[in-house]
Design a protein around this ligand. Structure first.
Ligand SMILES: [Zn+2]
Length: 358
């Protein structure tokens, strides 16, 4: 493992973001083109709209809207459904043909638009068994709701979810499960301890932030929150190690600027960090900062595609990045009255996309 010199280049074939929020309406039209702008050609799209995506018809309609909003025919949008009672186990066999790749589980009330999330997984036994048979992936937001009587809060909500992950992995050994946006050393260890049916996404921002960066900075607020320095180090080390279970899911989650920056005593700050428009250069910068730049292609394309069994296909652009001296991140993006602020706005990134070979 090494650190790059200025002028060095790295290549990634068909970069893939295996966890992204693209919203709907005007916000969708603003942010969807940023997937490709950020260097990515596959977007694994979260279903937490209002109302959530719970049918193949809704997912196909959403996919159509995303393709139109993208302004490019080159980005592949993979669709997910929101785990809820609305999902019928008898329908699972039809999902793949309709372009459904996974089902996303949100614990109730833990994050943005998760009011209809799960409380117990027992009632989904039949659904999960059908998903096992038909190769549908289960995506877990791995936190339990805060419960102060049990001393559960945002800082230990992920760690306390991990026994649930282990139990699911054992009960459904052929069900492919992804623990999404891991933030803790405990989560890294738990994923490694599970069988090969379990993988884990890591965001760019959790490779950068600790809880100190969040305190007093609302644009660093997301769920799960960034944790301790040893947790960040564990995420960095597992990426550096080249463990194929760990790959990028940006969890890029745009919110209008007013819902990030004007919290009042009665309305809090929305959870979510927006990384799509700078994603691949940002990841390169971060990996380079801890000596893992040679893992860039594995982390941002190869490992995730292997787990999802979605190899780079007919259209497989080669994205070339170069290490340069400080490119400023744009302060904000606006359209149709919506404004979003990207992660690290106005800060400098030492990598940029210099070519895309199609
Ligand atoms: Zn998310």
């Amino acid at each position: 493992m090494s650190t790059a010199n200025y002028g060095d280049t790295r290549e990634v074939i068909a970069p893939a973001d295996f966890h992204v929020h693209l919203r709907d309406g005007a916000l969708m039209r603003l942010v969807t083109p940023h997937v490709q702008k950020g260097g990515f050609y596959l977007a694994y799209v979260m279903p937490n709209l209002v109302p959530p995506i719970t049918t193949t018809e809704m997912a196909m309609e959403y996919q159509k809207n995303l393709r139109e909003s993208s302004g490019s025919s080159k980005v592949e949008f993979l669709m997910t459904l929101y785990l809820s009672d609305a999902l019928d186990p008898n329908d699972v066999k039809n999902w793949k043909a309709a372009g459904i790749v996974g089902v996303k589980s949100y614990p109730r009330g833990v994050t943005t638009n998760s009011d209809q999330g799960i409380e117990s997984y027992d009632k989904y036994d039949q659904l999960f068994r059908e998903m096992e048979v038909h190769g549908i992936v289960l995506n877990l937001h791995g936190e339990i709701p805060s419960d102060h009587s049990k001393n559960t809060c945002v800082l230990n909500a992920e760690e306390r979810f991990l026994p649930v992950l282990a139990n699911l992995a054992n009960t459904y050994p052929k069900l492919r499960i992804v623990l999404e946006h891991a933030t803790t050393e405990a989560a890294v260890k738990a994923v490694i301890a599970c069988g090969d049916n379990v993988a884990c996404t890591i965001t760019a921002h959790h490779l950068a932030l600790t809880i100190d960066d969040l305190a007093g900075q609302s644009f660093h607020f997301c769920k799960p929150v960034a944790k301790f320095p040893n947790d960040r180090l564990a995420l960095q080390e597992v990426v550096k190690s080249g463990n194929k279970k760990f790959f990028l899911g940006s969890d890029s989650a745009p919110h209008p600027i007013l819902s990030k920056s004007t919290a009042t005593p009665t309305s809090g700050c929305a959870a979510g960090i927006y990384t799509s428009p700078i994603l691949l250069p940002l990841v390169a910068h971060l990996l380079d900062s801890f000596g893992a730049i040679d893992r860039l292609a594995d982390f941002t394309s190869n490992f995730g595609r292997a787990f999802y069994q979605i190899p780079a296909g007919g259209y497989s652009p080669k994205v070339v990045l170069q290490k340069v001296q400080g490119v400023s991140v744009q302060a904000e993006y606006s359209s149709e009255g919506k404004t979003v602020v990207p992660f690290w706005a106005s800060r400098q990134i030492d990598w940029q996309i210099v070519n895309v070979e199609e």
